[in-house]
Design a protein around this ligand. Structure first.
Ligand code: COA
Ligand code: AMP
Length: 632
């Protein structure tokens, strides 16, 4: 790219529309955009109005002529001990056949399709098949419970669901079919058809009249010519549900045109990857990292992506990542810091690392949660490559702040995801909406309009989009994060301003967990908080007040609460810690002092709030934590 970050960012600032119009030239359009941005359309404006395109064409078909025999997807599954490589030409065949199956099931442009699948290539084929026919996919992470799937079915109202017989976690097989059947039963909306991939680890019964066997249907449709349907650049490509502050998740919408433009640009500028190279995002297609950097961006760029079905440790050991990198010639790895904390805990001296030739690896990218300096230092020492933190969200789909290696990396400051990317005017405001001085903490906001790929709104919920993101600071998008910018313009993300927590890089709502815990018949009141955890960054802990007169063994109640959250939200909530307390600390006006409880649990200094109703309770909470062995 040649030019430095500062020049590129200044270039964007002086001509934002010109910057993105230029980046848009990397995309094959059916009707090219005549205008990059329309500030009068949508909630805060829309990118590439009037243009038409197809995302599957850009991710697959257009590469078949120039790189048809190159690997597009490498499936590496240590958990099932299998590997398969699909070239671009083969991906086109797989995707076209699955698209034909969806059409035969009545799916047409604009219809929604839920994808509930483990980390297998068919999950990516399903995403691309939807994109091919203009259907809108919504991938649901496999670690969510049936009721979470049901909520998404009712919100997205899919015509079809693509799923598999099972997912595999270390030591256990997760039958997806019972979860799927249960979700469909719970939901008011019923899909017309379910296309089910039978995996050899568990073969499930198919429901007559509704379920279609994936392999049989794809074989029957093999070779059918299914053209890429033209869609508006502003049409939705997918909906991805993410935790909000209540039990109702937010349906983040991604459009087709802006998404492609931003993601394609990011591959060289941020990750310094050239077409033909191997890029590995060790995440899951159920999360935004999986959408953007397992599926779409590497393929839009003509790179090779890896679909990895396994864990950083235990499948079979802490050397798995290094084996995958050396075996597949990975140029850049992108994962969450928690994966490195897990590896470090298992292999502190890096003995596994020294067993592999990692000379192909040029950089490690971390996101999804705060990258703690100790983990970064360990990774730097062990891998001897730049370790790059970058900060973004499901809502944006790509980096808000990062260190763009392809533009010439800036010096790393530990604990900072670095600087804003072109497209983002990041500012720090106090609670009254005034800018704060360098170094002062405040609300991290982005001046509108947001750049291409960011959500234009929430699915069927413009008013919620306004109230959740745009209302508090007029003219700005509220990220929900708190932090500061230092004198050199480096951003530091320190905390959330809402009840969202990050557990092993997974975004969860403590408010939602409180709703579930409160339903237990013996619980009078509760507060669920994220407390510090050396492996997962944070874990949820429930502080529970039992109803007067309940005199049960608390271990029993705990087991019931753990099961309740697991059944209602899913194992991914990692809700295992419950502390019995006599009362919740509150202000005199009745507000629960969650921050104070959290500080006690995290052994941080705190001042007893002046407005506290009953200060004695803080000592009682500390004692309860000591009794549980959580504090000395
Ligand atoms: N399907 C079903 N269950 C799942 C699941 C899935 N796709 N993913 C996770 N779970 C289950 C786990 O088996 C675990 O169950 P358990 O309570 O019975 O042990 C539970 O959900 C919690 O999972 P997790 O928080 O991931 O903990 P873990 O101990 O299984 O693994 C790590 C810890 C650090 C190894 C793991 O979180 C990891 O690899 N993280 C990498 C980061 C990442 O992928 N982030 C995504 C965003 S970039
Ligand atoms: P998700 O939508 O799941 O990607 O989660 C987004 C949230 O995770 C952000 O709003 C932050 O709170 C947190 N997050 C993601 N990346 C980082 C990072 N690099 N540093 C600090 N926090 C991060």
């Amino acid at each position: 790219m040649g030019s430095s970050y500062h020049e590129v960012y200044a270039g964007w600032r002086s001509d934002p529309e010109g910057f993105w119009a230029n980046a848009a030239q990397e995309i094959d359009w059916i009707t090219p955009p005549t205008k990059a941005f329309d500030g009068d359309a949508g909630v805060y404006g829309r990118w590439f109005p009037g243009a038409t395109c197809n995302t599957c064409w850009n991710a697959v078909d257009r590469h078949v002529e120039t790189r048809g025999d190159q690997a597009a997807i490498i499936y590496d599954s240590p958990i099932t001990d299998s590997k398969t490589t699909y070239t671009y030409a083969q991906v086109k065949d797989e995707v076209s056949a699955l698209a034909a199956v969806l059409i035969d099931q009545g799916v047409a442009k604009g219809d929604r399709v839920i994808i509930y699948m483990p980390m297998i290539p068919q999950a990516v084929f399903a995403m691309l098949a939807c994109a091919r026919i203009g259907a809108v996919h919504s991938v649901v992470f496999g670690g969510f419970a049936a009721s979470e799937l049901a909520t998404r079915i009712d919100d997205a109202m899919p015509k079809a669901i693509v799923s598999a017989s099972c997912g595999i976690e270390p030591g256990r097989i997760i039958g997806y079919k019972p979860l799927l059947d249960n979700a469909i039963e719970l939901a008011s909306h019923k899909p017309q058809a379910c296309v089910i991939l039978q995996r050899s680890q568990t073969v499930c019964d198919l429901t007559e009249g509704r379920d279609v066997d994936y392999a049989t249907a794809v074989a029957a449709a093999w070779g059918r010519d299914v053209p890429c349907v033209p869609v508006a650049a502003t049409d939705p490509l997918y909906i991805l549900y993410t935790s909000g502050t209540t039990g109702q998740p937010k349906g983040v919408i991604r459009d087709n045109g802006g998404h492609m433009v931003a993601l394609k640009w990011s591959m060289k500028a941020i990750y310094d990857i050239d077409p033909g190279e191997v890029f590995w995002a060790a995440s899951d297609v159920g999360w935004v990292v999986g959408h953007s950097y397992i599926c779409y961006a590497p393929l839009l760029h003509g790179a090779t992506t890896i679909v990895f079905e396994g864990k950083p440790v235990g499948t079979p050991d802490a050397g798995t990542f290094w084996r995958v990198i050396s075996e597949h010639n990975v140029a850049a790895l992108f994962t969450a810091p928690t994966a490195f904390r897990a590896i470090k805990a298992n292999d502190p001296q890096g003995d596994f690392i020294s067993k592999y030739d990692l000379s192909c690896l040029r950089a490690l990218f971390l996101a999804g949660e705060r990258a703690d300096p100790e983990t970064i230092r360990w990774a730097q020492d062990q891998l001897q490559v730049p370790v790059i933190d970058h900060w973004w969200q499901t809502e944006t789909g790509w980096t808000i702040a990062g260190n763009p290696v392809g533009l010439g990396a800036l010096p790393v400051k530990l604990g900072s995801p670095c600087v804003p990317m072109p497209g983002y005017d990041v500012q720090i405001l106090d609670d009254e909406g005034n800018p704060v001085s360098a170094g002062d903490m405040g609300n991290v906001v982005v001046k509108l309009p947001l750049p291409p790929s960011c959500l234009p709104t929430l699915w069927n919920a413009d008013a919620r989009f306004q109230s959740a993101y745009l209302e508090e600071f007029p003219g700005y998008y509220q990220t929900g994060d708190a932090g500061y910018v230092d004198a050199d313009g480096y951003l530091f993300i320190m905390a959330r301003t809402d009840d969202i927590i990050n557990v092993a890089g997974h975004r969860l709502s403590t408010g939602q967990m409180e709703e579930v815990v409160s339903e237990h018949r013996d619980v009078a009141e509760c507060a669920v908080l994220g407390i510090a955890d050396t492996l997962k960054g944070q874990i949820p802990a429930g502080f529970v007040v039992l109803n007067t007169g309940v005199n049960r063994d608390f271990e029993e109640v705990t087991a019931e609460l753990v099961k309740l959250v697991r059944d209602r939200i899913g194992p991914v909530a990692a809700f295992k810690t419950v502390v019995a307390i006599p009362r919740l600390p509150k202000t005199r006006s009745g507000k629960i002092l969650r921050g104070t409880i959290q500080k006690i649990a995290d052994k941080q200094d705190f001042k007893t709030p002046a407005t506290i109703d009953d200060p004695v309770i803080l000592d009682e909470i500390r004692q309860a934590l000591v009794d549980k062995g959580m504090l000395d």
